[in-house]
Design a protein around this ligand. Structure first.
Ligand SMILES: Cc1cc2nc3c(=O)[nH]c(=O)nc-3n(C[C@H](O)[C@H](O)[C@H](O)COP(=O)(O)OP(=O)(O)OC[C@H]3O[C@@H](n4cnc5c(N)ncnc54)[C@H](O)[C@@H]3O)c2cc1C
Length: 546
């Protein structure tokens, strides 16, 4: 088979892969191939912020995965959307931009990963950002001229966000100095999220990084091209086998192969290529290149509980459900590029402590001026807001200790994998989530909210004891789609998959650059950290190339 030749092959055009494609092709010296299993992102439901309600269940844009039944979640199987399109999950996500807490990265470094401390990564976050508006630009350490547009919600937030902030103050929470401020002391508290949009359109990694590079003659972007395995000569990665248009192809990489297929597919690709747990490779009849028990293990994710309320005042339900409301919202969008269609529904937020004694915020809050208790099963709730006014408050532990794993179900990497998140299995996780549920109750009872809330719909007033709230968590808590750590970074192959240069331990010319390398889950949402890893990864590749 004729194999096209490149210097670098990047597998996956997601948050991190798009950064790499741009940076590695920038000076024109290297021939770069970017393989993406999904297709173009030029679709309204990707570009229009509110469209993520539709991409959530769209198999043309989304891998639509499911976990194994989870014992601690009442035997429920979780739904895991993952972007399958240029931009990857950044093309279908809720656009919330949060770097994490500086201590997260200090912790990464302390685990034996030099170059990943806060002092190293803060300037990288800064150079990715182009913050809009004076308030964000005035914050020290914020970027103004990077590729990723970041804006605050001050202009467009729903009026109930002001009520949320008043209720938070009444419940004793400080006002956050900004969720991307330079210190955790400033981050702590309640506030409004920053999001990735510009001109009313989603700012995905594809828009920020790939589009400006797309015309470079030395960058080839292959869509509907799904990598099936890394090709090795001995223990050196020399290329990638992939399927495109129903046919098998191969491409050769003279310098390096870089997996950026995300926290689910990067470890699966390694396993399918013979780098993974020995027993799994044996069971599936995959010729082993190198046994490494960590590939697909140490999976972390954020698990969230929503409390849902009926309100006495209008919410987004009245703007997003009736046709009259939708027409008004569409008109507002067309005239101003603003309003609810230009936003995420996650508008208010917070980073708070479950108990005063914990050293730093360990709970993340969301306030969304919308409710969906009546959405039909299998339909993205966002598309079916309740026919009455409602809102939701949500809480999630920032740094869960539970660790899951994922693996191939068959030797074919494109088969749906086995995903076992093991949520709530570490004994410390449930108490933090329960404390989160208690915080939601405190917020809802604060005078500002008590005035507008007419009824708690879920879990409902009958659930008062710890046992009842725990039962509710087991019945309803779900992922907020932040899997990571499945090819984690660490100094030795005994406990990790890649080293601090993101090189796969024990083999040559193969790196992993995406959320799978996070040594531990960051305290907030994971898109900004994945883009930061893309930037750092590009630096490391270019440094190695001299
Ligand atoms: C519904 C949803 C909402 C979210 N909301 C937020 C949010 O508001 N804020 C936030 O910070 N984070 C959010 N996240 C998480 C965040 O978007 C991800 O953590 C981040 O995008 C991960 O980046 P990545 O580069 O690791 O992987 P991805 O962006 O997922 O990219 C992986 C890419 O690799 C491709 N790929 C996989 N296998 C192959 C293969 N075999 N061959 C070729 N290509 C392949 C995929 O199709 C995909 O394009 C959300 C995620 C989802 C799914």
């Amino acid at each position: 088979m004729h194999a096209a030749q490149f210097d670098y092959i990047i597998v996956g055009a997601g948050s991190a892969g798009c950064v790499l494609a741009n940076r590695l092709s920038a000076d024109g010296r290297y021939r770069v191939l970017l393989l993406e299993a999904g297709g173009s992102d030029r679709r309204l439901r990707v570009q229009l912020p509110i469209g993520y309600g539709l991409s959530f269940f769209d198999p043309r844009l989304n891998w639509m995965l499911h976990t194994q039944p989870e014992p601690a979640l009442g035997g429920r199987s979780g739904y895991w959307p993952r972007g399958k399109v240029l931009g990857g999950s950044s093309s279908i996500n809720a656009m919330v931009w949060v770097r994490g807490q500086p201590e997260d990265y200090e912790h990464w470094q302390s685990l034996g990963n030099p170059g990943w401390g806060w002092r190293d990564v803060a300037p990288v976050f800064e150079r990715t950002e182009a913050v809009q508006g004076e308030a964000l630009a005035a914050q020290p350490g914020r970027g103004r001229s990077g590729p990723v547009a970041v804006r605050d919600l001050a202009r467009d937030a729903h009026p109930l966000c002001a009520v949320y902030l008043r209720a938070a103050a009444q419940a004793g929470l400080p006002l956050s100095g900004g969720f991307n401020a330079a210190s955790t002391a400033q981050i702590e508290g309640a506030g409004l999220y920053e999001i990735n949009t510009r001109g009313g359109l989603r700012m995905s990694a594809a828009r920020a990084y790939l589009r400006p590079a797309a015309r470079r003659p030395n960058l080839t972007v292959a869509t509907h091209a799904a990598a099936t395995r890394v090709l090795f000569e001995g223990r050196r990665a020399v290329g990638v086998a992939f399927r495109q248009g129903g046919a098998p192809h191969q491409a050769r990489a003279q310098r390096e192969v870089i997996l950026s297929a995300g926290a689910v597919h990067s470890p699966l690709l390694l396993q399918a290529s013979g780098v993974g747990p020995a027993a799994l490779l044996r069971e599936l009849g995959i010729a082993a290149v190198l046994a490494n028990e960590n590939v697909g293990r140490h999976l972390q994710d954020h698990l969230c509980i929503d409390h849902i309320y009926r309100t006495r005042v209008r919410t987004l339900n009245q703007e997003l459900r009736p046709w009259s409301g939708r027409v008004r919202a569409a008109l507002r969008y067309v005239l101003t590029r603003g309003g609810p269609l230009a936003l995420s529904v996650n508008q208010g937020g917070g980073f708070i402590r479950s108990r005063p004694e914990v050293p730093r915020p360990d709970l993340q809050l969301y306030f969304s001026p919308v409710s969906y208790t009546r959405a039909p099963a299998g339909e993205r709730p966002l598309m079916s807001p309740d026919p009455f006014p409602g809102m939701l408050l949500s809480a999630q532990p920032c740094r869960p200790q539970s660790r899951g794993e994922l693996r191939l179900r068959s030797p074919d990497v494109l088969d749906a994998p086995v995903i076992e998140p093991h949520a709530l299995e570490a004994p410390g996780d449930l108490p933090v989530l329960l404390a989160g549920a208690r915080w939601l109750r405190r917020l809802a009872a604060a005078p500002a909210f008590a005035e507008v809330i007419s009824e708690e719909l879920l879990p409902g007033p009958a659930a008062q004891s710890d046992e009842a709230l725990i039962a509710d968590i087991r019945r309803r808590a779900g992922t907020v789609f932040h899997p990571c750590g499945t090819c984690r970074m660490g100094p030795e192959a005994e406990g990790a998959v890649v080293d601090a240069q993101l090189r796969v331990h024990g083999v040559q010319a193969l790196r992993i650059v995406d959320a799978s390398v996070f040594p531990t889950i960051p305290s907030g949402n994971t898109n900004a950290p994945a883009i930061m890893v893309g930037e750092r990864g590009a630096d490391l590749v270019l440094q190695a190339a001299g």
